[in-house]
Design a binder for this molecule. Sequence first.
Ligand SMILES: [Zn+2]
Length: 265
Amino acid sequence: MGKEQKCYMCSKVATSREHVPPLCLFPENKDTKGIDFRKNLITVPSCDLHNSKKSTDDEFLMLSLSGLIKSNPIGTFHQLTKGNRALRRKNKDFIEKEILRNHRYGKIPSTNGKFRIVSIGNPNIERLLKCLKHIAYGLFRHEFDRKFVGEIRVIVEFIEYNDENRQTLKKFLKRRFELEEILNLGVKGANPEVFFYEFHKPDNYGLIGLRTVFYGAAEAYFSFIDENSKEPFNLGMKLIEGGTHTIIQLGEEEFEFNKICDNKK
Ligand SMILES: [Zn+2]
């Protein structure tokens, strides 16, 4: 063993390796009849506290992401195999308590003209964001070979936010990743049907962007605000947060924040 390694999230000595994203998101060979969705998985050094396996967060994340209606067939398949096995080990109220509040079942039309039973409810967003942030820390550690110190912000594409600004921000970030070529470090992930990601190199302000995609559809965007980032690290964001009417141009498109309503002053 070489010199002792530090945890990807804190300053403690690492006691194990954490899969990023968690191992249980990737289908097992016994379910896929030999198709390997666990090629070259990423691991980073972790302390006990920040190992998701020990907190059951990994299971929570697997059930939350693979169960999304818009997930690709791999996600749905994973939900029906490993996801259902995990649920069978739980109490009946596990979904209600841990995954979706106000949980109920509903029917949606499926492509073959039949119906599909789906779960409807309010996702446990707080816990989801915490899990996604851990993944962001882990990917950063893997990509840049150091622990990230600073603030990470997350926008989850598959959550419908109540405020219009965040909805606009989602579209803006998606477009930004599509258009950006110079800063883009390339799409990575050896099992893209399950998970892939792309980092943006630090921009003029020291901000680093990250896009992650699970099961071909569930996207989340992150910005890493390094503790040494120069102020104003992002003038546009400051204006938006301050409630100022702001229009940001990107390519040919304009994204408008804090729209002024006609019926109000
Ligand atoms: Zn730690």
